[in-house]
Design a protein around this ligand. Structure first.
Ligand code: ASP
Length: 327
């Protein structure tokens, strides 16, 4: 009999609305613990409330806990894992698992935009959809997946795009890799297989800084003092920075930490194109690593994973500049 492990971690999907105030609050008991859904009776579901946290409380330590539980599940014959999670940081946990779990096991994350007792609550439906995807043969070998609102997204590109809309999860540039219809699950694309990093710890300070018109050195110089282990810069356009920020960039480079650049644009990739002061070509020549295709929060998870593995400087640079590898 096929076994699916359900790991509840909290989030809106596990919360309820206080009808007197309209405030959304965590529940002591997950409303999805006992479900009666039209799912294949040949599947055994094993449910664990591994965490009960709003997702802004999730840190890489909890992501590592999930990774370890998934590896153990795989080693005991479990075919797929469904993780319910708050939507705010769901994409980061999903990407962490995409990078660190090499085992062939379906990993499907889902959540809800409306809590369990609100009108139009999407939690049970998304949970049901995630169970359907985790149970289907094609789901393993796709990397970590995010299933919400009838769509299947790769953890690599999906991002939360709307504060409240149930269609919040989108994959800019790339689109969903599949969808669910009433009777079927359709995969249209298969993500390219990636190298994985089998990490056992997640230590290190890696802030994210967003560039803006008129940015100067203030914030970046504070980071020189703060003794960080790496930095993600959300740069302008194709990968450029305001000239007034450059002296601090030089100071940070002198500390030998990896500086990783992504674009603040919603679509497209960062690339060293422009040859002017602060232009991407020159930033690349200075030694800044351009990470194509990932948003800043995912580049941060990737760098955190790289810093906690035993990659040397060149391997780390390659890992960060090639987030997708052809075998
Ligand atoms: N703030 C909530 C959380 O991430 C939002 C959600 O779950 O949709 O836990």
């Amino acid at each position: 009999m096929k076994k699916i492990l359900i790991l509840h971690t909290g989030g809106t999907i596990a919360m309820h609305e206080d009808k007197a105030t309209g405030a959304i609050r965590p529940d002591n008991k997950n409303p999805l613990l006992h479900f009666d859904l039209p799912i294949d009776t040949d599947i055994e579901f094993i449910t664990e409330e591994i965490l009960n946290l709003p997702s802004p409380h999730i840190t890489p330590a909890e992501m590592l806990l999930l990774k370890k539980r998934i590896v153990k599940a795989h080693n005991t014959g479990i075919a797929g894992v469904v993780i319910t999670h708050g939507t705010d940081t769901l994409e980061e946990t999903a990407y962490f698992l995409d990078v660190t779990v090499k085992e062939k096991i379906a990993i499907v994350l889902t959540g809800a935009m409306r809590s369990s007792n609100e009108v139009g609550s999407d939690g049970l439906y998304n949970f049901y959809s995630a169970l359907r995807v985790a149970a289907c043969q094609e789901a393993s070998g796709m990397g970590a997946l995010v299933v919400m609102n009838d769509e299947i997204h790769s953890a690599r590109y999906v991002t939360k795009t709307h504060t409240t809309n149930v269609a919040t999860f989108r994959s800019p540039t790339f689109g969903p890799i599949g969808l669910l219809s009433k009777h079927q699950i359709h995969f249209f694309q298969q993500p390219i297989q990636n190298n994985h990093l089998d990490i056992t710890q997640v230590v290190g300070k890696i802030p994210i800084v967003k560039a803006y018109a008129g940015m100067d050195e203030t914030l970046l110089n504070l980071l020189v003092e703060a003794k960080i282990d790496g930095l993600i810069i959300e740069a302008l356009g194709a990968g450029n920075l305001p000239p007034a920020s450059l002296p601090a960039i030089q100071n940070l480079l002198k500390t030998q930490i990896p500086l990783v650049l992504v674009s603040r644009c919603f679509n497209g990739i960062a690339e060293g194109v422009y040859d002017y002061e602060g232009g991407g070509k020159r930033l690349q020549e200075l030694g800044i690593l351009f990470c194509p295709g990932l948003n800043s929060q995912k580049a941060r998870i990737r760098l955190l994973s790289a810093l906690n593995s035993n990659l040397n400087k060149e391997q780390l640079a390659h890992f960060m500049t090639h987030p997708v590898q052809l075998a």
